[in-house]
Each structure stands twice: as structure tokens, then as C-alpha cells.
Design a protein around this ligand. Structure first.
Ligand SMILES: Nc1ncnc2c1ncn2[C@@H]1O[C@H](COP(=O)(O)OP(=O)(O)OP(=O)(O)O)[C@@H](O)[C@H]1O
Ligand SMILES: [Mg+2]
Length: 334
């Protein structure tokens, strides 16, 4: 069956709205509380003219867990924190993507240009970071967010990594204007933070953890219902079953963001086929579209689906073995 009926502009708008929807999870609430706490503390210190060293947060999770979306959503929706924007003289938050490959100097140059200052490629990393710190202070930035922060340690030498560690510490310990650093990235980021106990103890880790059928089953059912109702599509009763929810979690490699992408993809296929009830066959088709995997490697079809590695595109048959399953949390007993 084809998935290619052309959708009306109104349906595209509805799908875009669905993609723009944000679903909060427990880890997002934990992260929000932690940032609010840092903000309140810093505002109290500023009101007293005090500048003790700042603390940081490390938002850690696998690819597709929803880190970038979560941090961006928090800052966008905050009533009290202003984001860096053209023409504004101050900003509470500056958020940048760590360039890859990341060198101390390269990251400093990206921050400088993000802060609205000209590139100074001929300066040393030390001078560039001094300028970054003075501009953070001038703009009164309280939070510096670096996404894809695992690249800060990339394939660098230990010397270069220590230089990164010392730079992050000096931003947080600046005596005139300490800035809280929020790092978000893959679990490798922990290696950087563990490299130096002085840095590690200044960061609170927030884990964007993997989905669990028992803990998250109810939220996923409700998410399916909300997404379908938002787009006026009915839900086949089978999609509420424990078996389907377990298959859906597995097909998403147990990552929340990937699961949402699969749900929206299945809804889009349902709409393209001009159907009004979302069923399992739409998820079968969506997994095929995403990965190119035929039915024997499709978690929505195969009986023994837990042996399938859902992150693999077009795997060969030898990939279907238990040792290719991505690591997961141990299952809890009901
Ligand atoms: N809470 C959420 N509500 C709705 N959609 C979400 C949510 N979290 C993530 N998504 C969706 O999931 C997808 C993946 O999320 P995101 O890019 O934030 O993951 P990530 O953890 O930053 O992954 P990577 O490490 O690969 O950058 C995005 O399409 C995003 O729109
Ligand atoms: Mg990301």
C-alpha cells in the first residue's frame, strides 16, 4: 500500500502543530526544578552584590532522549529568564551548540560570535575565553548552555581536555561575574566531568533516562490518545495493550523523543492513506520507512522482537542476535 497520498495544507499545519507539541516527563520536571533553584540562588546573590562561584547542571541522555528539546523548551517558556537576542543589551541565557570537532579555541570562537562579537581567529584560546567571560559579564548572562557537550572531550588529548575542564571551572568561578554552565550531551560527557573531581562536584547530573514499560506505560497510552485526538484520528483498541506499548518502546530504542517521532510518523501515514483510525499497521509502515527494515526485523511484526536492534538501518540478518540489542535498564517486576 502506498504512503504517498498528498496531504492538504491544513493537514500539514496540523502535523506541524503536533511536532511542535511538548510533552513533559519526570526528568524534564527535575531539570526545571534544578534550573529554577540555580536561578533563584543567583538572583538573591546578585541582589546582595555577592558573586560566589556558580554551580552547573549536566543533562545527560542517549541520542533521541529529548535533551536538546527539553532544555530549549524550558528556556523558551521561562517567564523570568530572557534568551540572548539581537538588539538586547542584556540576556539571562546564552545557548550554543558545541562545534564538532571541538577545540577549546573553536568553542570559544563560537561563543564569542554567538554573543554578537566579531571572530578573532588570530587570538589564542586563553585570550578568546577571557573575552567570552568579559562579554558574559557585560550582557549579565546567568546561564551558559552548551549542547552536544560530549564533543568537548571528543578525541582530544588529555592535556586539551584538562584545558577545557579548567576553562569551564574559571567561567563558574569568575570573581566578578560567575556564570552557571548547563552542559547537555551523550553519556560520554560524564567522562569529562569525572576527569576532575573539582569540576565534577560543581555539576548536578540530570539523567534523561530510557523508557520503562511499567513506569512509563500509562504516560505513553495517554500520549497516543492526546496526539490522536489533537488530529481527530481514532485509536485502534489494540494500541492500548501492554504488548503494543512494549513494542512501541522497543522500536524507539527506549528513547522518549524517538517514540514521539514514531507516533507522529504513524499518524502521518494514517492520514496519507486517508484513514481515520490509527492502527498497528501504520506503525509497521512507519518503522519500515524509518529504517528500511523488512517485517522480520520490524518490532511491530516479529514475535521475538526484543532481539532486534531498533537503531540499525537496513541491518543484515546476522544483526538479529541478542548481543546487538542496545543496553536497557533492567525490567522492574509489576
Ligand atoms: N518532551 C518532548 N515532547 C515532544 N517531543 C519531544 C520531546 N522530547 C523530544 N521530542 C522530539 O524527539 C526528537 C528528538 O529529541 P532531541 O533532538 O531533543 O533529542 P536529543 O536527546 O537531543 O538527541 P541527540 O543526542 O541525538 O541530539 C525531536 O524530534 C523532538 O521534537
Ligand atoms: Mg540534541
Amino acid at each position: 500500500m502506498t504512503n504517498h497520498t498528498r496531504l492538504s495544507p491544513e493537514t500539514h499545519v496540523k502535523l506541524a502543530t503536533l511536532r511542535g507539541r511538548f510533552m513533559p516527563r519526570k526528568c524534564f520536571v527535575e531539570m526545571s526544578d534544578a534550573i529554577h533553584n540555580l536561578e533563584d540562588r543567583r538572583r538573591a546573590e546578585i541582589s546582595q552584590g555577592l558573586h560566589p562561584e556558580a554551580r552547573g547542571l549536566a543533562v545527560i541522555g542517549n541520542s533521541g532522549s529529548g535533551k536538546s528539546t527539553g532544555v530549549a523548551h524550558f528556556f523558551k517558556k521561562s517567564d523570568t529568564l530572557s534568551l540572548l537576542a539581537d538588539g538586547h543589551e542584556t540576556a539571562d541565557v546564552a545557548s550554543f551548540l558545541v562545534p564538532s570537532p571541538a577545540t577549546l579555541k573553536g568553542v570559544g570562537i563560537s561563543c564569542l560570535s554567538g554573543l554578537g562579537y566579531p571572530l578573532m581567529r588570530d587570538r589564542t584560546a586563553g585570550i578568546i575565553w577571557e573575552l567570552v567571560q568579559s562579554h558574559l559579564s557585560e550582557l549579565q548572562v546567568m546561564f551558559l548552555h552548551l549542547d552536544e557537550a560530549q564533543d568537548l572531550m571528543g578525541s582530544q588529548s588529555e592535556r586539551e581536555m584538562l584545558a577545557v575542564v579548567n576553562t569551564l571551572k574559571s567561567v563558574m568561578q569568575n570573581r566578578h561575574w560567575p556564570v552557571s554552565i548547563i552542559l547537555s550531551g551523550l553519556p560520554d560527557l560524564l567522562t569529562l566531568l569525572n576527569l576532575d573531581p573539582q569540576l565534577g562536584r560543581r555539576f548536578t547530573p540530570i539523567q534523561f533516562d530510557q523508557l520503562d514499560e511499567i513506569d512509563d506505560g500509562r504516560q505513553i497510552r495517554s500520549l497516543l490518545e492526546q496526539y490522536c485526538s489533537a488530529i481527530s484520528v481514532d485509536l485502534e483498541p489494540e494500541l492500548r495493550s501492554d504488548d503494543f506499548i512494549a513494542r512501541l518502546i522497543h522500536s524507539a530504542a527506549s528513547e522518549f523523543g524517538i517514540l514521539i517521532e514514531i507516533v507522529i510518523g504513524a499518524i502521518e501515514i494514517c492520514l496519507r492513506r486517508d484513514e481515520t483510525i490509527l492502527g498497528k499497521h501504520h506503525f509497521v509502515a512507519e518503522f519500515l520507512r524509518r529504517t528500511g527494515c523488512a517485517n522480520d526485523l520490524n518490532p511491530f511484526v516479529r514475535t521475538n522482537y526484543s532481539a532486534i536492534n531498533p537503531r540499525r538501518l537496513l541491518p543484515s540478518s546476522k544483526d538479529v542476535s541478542l548481543d546487538v540489542v542496545p543496553p536497557r535498564k533492567p525490567r522492574k517486576k509489576k
